[in-house]
Structures are given as structure tokens and as C-alpha cells.
Design a protein around this ligand. Structure first.
Ligand code: GDP
Ligand code: MG
Length: 486
């Protein structure tokens, strides 16, 4: 896979407009037309609907708006809402194959929920068929005014499981419509930038950070106000604890990795405002919404944004190499501190570690079941070590840093190390055995004897594709000792 971030931002002026296409998709009657019309009112523009039968959209709703400029060239937004009924599938596909981002208008009233989920599943299949770069989706959870609306926690769970950004809306009075659109524009710009960076045919020229800001300002969207509010927040922070502002989801495209999906993660993680706190080492961290964790090293602050971008790119390369092993809900970003500088952050969702998963199962398990769990943990750890070696990314693979994916594969769940000062890779069965034995540090002699008998009876190869026999042997030895060494 070619490396997806380009460090140089094209700066020549251009006269061709940058076309940004956003599609409104969703089940019939969810509120797509109502949303596009609300947007039209906001822009002061007429929505064009080629044909309507009994109030239902047959072709599409179409809204065009030229908003702001990009380095002298106008930005042209093309916004289409597609007919939701099954029989217009072909018309819908036409738009979905071309769009740069999607606002999925879901009906979150009790009656509309099951069809909304079915549509979402279908949309995912359709968009993933488009390949790279990904097309970002904002889930505009509509009809939040309905008394029987599905609880927002349930809606959030679904949005998360599909990797979508979530915005609540009441399209009939316009609530949430603009917010969903603005975020979709950001995802579309991430997509376009990435499309250009990958050198794909027909790629429009990518907008620069300043260009995007100009675009958003031109639209009179609420970013300027938000940035000012953030600057104010961090000014307060500076006075009291010299804390930088937490990263925000509206960083310029090119300053968040991975593109598109990274921005969605960043948005989920920064849903509730948070003030990072300094650790004893001078790093900054915060625990944020939905189980996310933010972290930034003391030294990773940059006065020149391009220098910071260079650091982001080096680190993104390391992430890209380790992608097969990395837990998916994470991103890295270069974000304004509020004091005129930029800071490099990583955002990682907390996932259960193997130690937690093991201890959970262990409480209810018999000797043989415990041995099976040990073998599984051993296999996952040695597989993780193998993946690190293959990718030449030396991650520390322990019961605390490795978890398990839905496909029962190992995933690295800890903070990503930095490209500087990496240790060489190790694949060491003895180390894996030591990790497994550490689970029995607190166990009584009696329990250990049970487990030892069961481990002896467990086939060695189940402990891992490589070095399973050595893990098995070393673990047996460690469990035989009266007290497992720390
Ligand atoms: N209560 C409520 N009704 C809505 C909302 N959004 C749309 N509607 C109504 O739902 C119906 C279908 O909306 P429409 O935009 O035509 O749906 P589309 O088929 O997705 O384009 C219309 O009668 C709208 O007034 C909302 O947020 N709350
Ligand atoms: Mg419609």
C-alpha cells in the first residue's frame, strides 16, 4: 500500500473550481428531503427536485452552492439526496459511486429503526466496494423529537460499530442538519486530499489547510466561533495549569491519520470537552468520552506546523506498518494548542486486555478450561510477536498490551510508541511463558497444581504456531516452581 500522507501541500493557485459532492442517503421517509431543504434555507438557495410523486422523491433533490474560495478558485458544493425506495436502487447507486462523503439520515423513531439498521448495513457493503480512500459517513440520527425515539446510547452503539460519526437531528426544525453537513464536508475534503495523495486518476487538486479554512469561513459555518472558544478555554488552562487544548475534530485535512476514519474517531473521542492534565513526566493526557484516551508527549509541541506535520508523517508510517496488529479505533493528529503552536496527539480507544479477558474467564473455569485459555493467550501473544517481527515494528507484546479482535486475532491495544528510540523486535517463547505464568503469582499452591496437570495434558502446538512447544515447556517449568518468580 503506498504511504497515504503527502507532506507537500500544493500551493499553486488554480482557477478550476473544487467540486465537493455530498450525498444524503437513508431509508424512505427518514427526512432526507427535509434535511436538504433545511440546508437550502441556510444557504438561501432553492432545492431542485426534478420529479416528485405524491410528495416522494423520484429522482433526487439537488442543491448547489458555491461557498468560499480556495486559493482563488471557488468551491462548488453539489448536494444530492437520493430516493430511498427499493425500486430506485439504480439511481441511488449512481450517486453513491461518485460521492465524496455521505450524510446517512436515519429514522431513529421506534417504527423506523429496524429499516434504518438494514439500510446502514447495505450502505456499508456498497461503500466498501469502492475501496481506498474510504468514503466517510455521518449518521444523522433524525426524528429525535419523537416520544418513542430509540435511546441515544443504542444509536451510538450502532454508529460506533459501523465506524460512523453521529449527529442527532430534528430535520423539521433544522436542528443538527448544519452540524451533520459541516462534518460531512470535512470528511469529503479528507477523501479528496487522500485521493490526490494516492495519485488516483481524476483526482481534483487537494485543498490546503488555509484553503479549507477559507471555505468554511465562506460558508459562515460555526468554526471561527468554536476556535475562538477553544482558544479562550486554553487561555484559561494556560493561566492555571499550562495545559494545551485537547485535539479537536476540525483539524485541517492532512493533520489527522488515518484520513477520513481518523477524523471520525477523533470526533467520537472529543464529544465532551476535556482539559488534558500534565503527568509527572510532563506529558499530557486525558480520559475522554466513550472510553477513549488522549496522550501527547511533553516534547511533541511545534511552533512550525510543517515541522509538526513531518513528525506526524513519520509516526503515521510506523502505524501503517503495524496496521495489521493495531486496534482499529485510534488515530494520531496534529492539533492547535490554543497558544499558537501545534501538538502531536494520539487517541486510542480502551479495549480489554488479554489479562482482563483471561482473569474474567478464569474465575469460572476448571483446570482444563484454564489450560485452554492459557494456550489461547499464548497463541495470541506469540502471533503478536510474529506480526511485529514481520512488520519490523517492535511493540511490546504483553498480557496488558495485547487484546483480542472479534476474529480472535491479536490486537495491540496500548499507546503506540514513537519512531525515535525504538528497541529491536523480539520473538521469545520464554517471554510469552513468563507472561502466562504471571497470572498465577497470586494463586494458591493447590490451584497451581490443578492448572499444571491440565497444562501438561494440553497439546503443545495449541500454544502457538511458532514456538508453541517451547512456550508449553517453559510454562510447565514455571508452574512447577513452588512460587512463580516475579
Ligand atoms: N417528527 C419529525 N418528522 C420529520 C422529521 N424529519 C422529517 N419528518 C417528516 O417525515 C416525512 C418524510 O420526510 P422526507 O424528508 O420527505 O423523507 P425522505 O423520504 O427521506 O426524503 C415528512 O412528513 C417530514 O415532515 C423529524 O425530525 N421529526
Ligand atoms: Mg425524499
Amino acid at each position: 500500500m503506498p504511504f497515504p500522507i503527502r507532506s507537500d501541500v500544493a500551493a499553486e493557485s488554480r482557477s478550476q473550481p473544487l467540486i465537493v459532492q455530498i450525498v444524503y442517503d437513508g431509508p424512505p421517509e427518514a427526512g432526507k428531503t427535509t434535511s436538504v431543504r433545511a440546508l437550502g434555507r441556510f444557504f438561501g438557495r432553492e432545492v431542485y427536485t426534478p420529479e416528485e410523486r405524491e410528495g416522494r422523491t423520484v429522482y433526487f433533490d439537488w442543491l448547489e452552492h458555491v461557498g468560499g474560495h480556495f486559493e482563488g478558485a471557488p468551491i462548488s458544493f453539489r448536494i444530492a439526496s437520493v430516493p430511498g425506495q427499493e425500486r430506485w436502487l439504480g439511481r441511488r447507486a449512481y450517486f453513491l459511486e461518485r460521492t465524496h462523503a455521505v450524510v446517512f439520515v436515519g429514522d431513529t423513531s421506534h417504527n423506523g429503526w429496524s429499516e434504518t439498521i438494514a439500510r446502514l448495513a447495505e450502505l456499508r457493503v456498497r461503500l466498501s466496494a469502492r475501496g481506498s480512500p474510504p468514503v466517510g459517513v455521518v449518521f444523522q440520527a433524525n426524528r429525535r423529537d419523537c416520544a418513542d425515539a430509540v435511546p441515544i446510547e443504542e444509536v451510538r452503539r450502532v454508529a460506533d460499530s459501523y465506524g460512523l460519526a453521529l449527529v442527532e437531528s430534528i430535520a423539521v426544525d433544522g436542528t443538527g442538519v448544519r452540524e451533520a453537513f459541516v462534518f460531512a464536508v470535512r470528511l469529503a475534503l479528507d477523501h479528496l486530499r487522500e485521493h490526490a495523495a494516492l495519485g488516483l486518476p481524476g483526482a481534483p487538486e487537494e485543498p490546503s489547510a488555509s484553503g479549507i479554512l477559507e471555505v468554511l469561513r465562506g460558508l459562515e459555518l460555526p468554526d471561527a466561533g468554536q476556535s475562538a472558544a477553544r482558544a479562550e478555554d486554553s487561555a484559561v488552562g494556560d493561566t492555571f495549569c499550562s495545559s494545551p487544548a485537547a485535539p479537536a475534530h476540525d483539524v485541517a485535512s492532512g493533520l489527522v491519520w488515518p484520513p477520513v476514519e481518523g477524523r471520525i474517531v477523533l470526533r467520537a473521542a472529543t464529544r465532551t470537552p476535556v482539559q488534558p492534565i500534565a503527568t509527572l513526566r510532563g506529558d499530557f493526557e486525558a480520559e475522554v468520552s466513550d472510553g477513549f484516551r488522549l496522550h501527547s508527549r511533553a516534547a511533541d509541541v511545534f511552533t512550525e506546523v510543517e515541522v509538526g506535520r513531518g513528525a506526524l508523517i513519520r509516526w503515521a508510517r510506523l502505524h501503517a506498518n503495524a496496521q495489521e496488529l493495531l486496534s482499529p479505533r485510534r488515530c494520531i493528529t496534529l492539533s492547535e494548542t490554543g497558544g499558537g503552536e501545534h501538538r502531536l496527539w494520539q487517541v486510542v480507544r480502551k479495549e480489554p486486555s488479554l489479562r482482563l479477558l483471561f482473569l474474567d474467564g478464569f474465575e469460572r473455569a476448571s483446570g482444563p478450561a484454564t489450560a485452554r485459555l492459557l494456550a489461547m493467550a499464548g497463541r495470541l501473544l506469540s502471533e503478536a510477536q510474529g506480526l511485529c517481527a514481520a512488520a519490523a515494528v517492535p511493540l511490546s507484546c504483553t498480557l496488558d498490551t495485547i487484546g483480542m479482535s472479534e476474529q480472535n486475532r491479536p490486537i495491540f491495544i496500548d499507546l503506540m510508541p514513537y519512531p525515535d528510540g525504538l528497541e529491536p523486535c523480539v520473538t521469545d517463547p520464554d517471554e510469552v511463558a513468563g507472561e502466562l505464568a504471571s497470572l498465577f503469582r497470586e494463586a494458591s499452591t493447590l490451584e497451581r497444581a490443578d492448572v499444571l496437570t491440565a497444562v501438561r495434558a494440553t497439546p503443545a502446538h495449541t500454544f502457538g504456531p511458532w514456538g508453541g512447544a517451547r512456550i508449553h515447556q517453559a510454562l510447565t517449568k514455571l508452574l512447577e516452581q513452588p512460587k512463580v518468580a516475579p
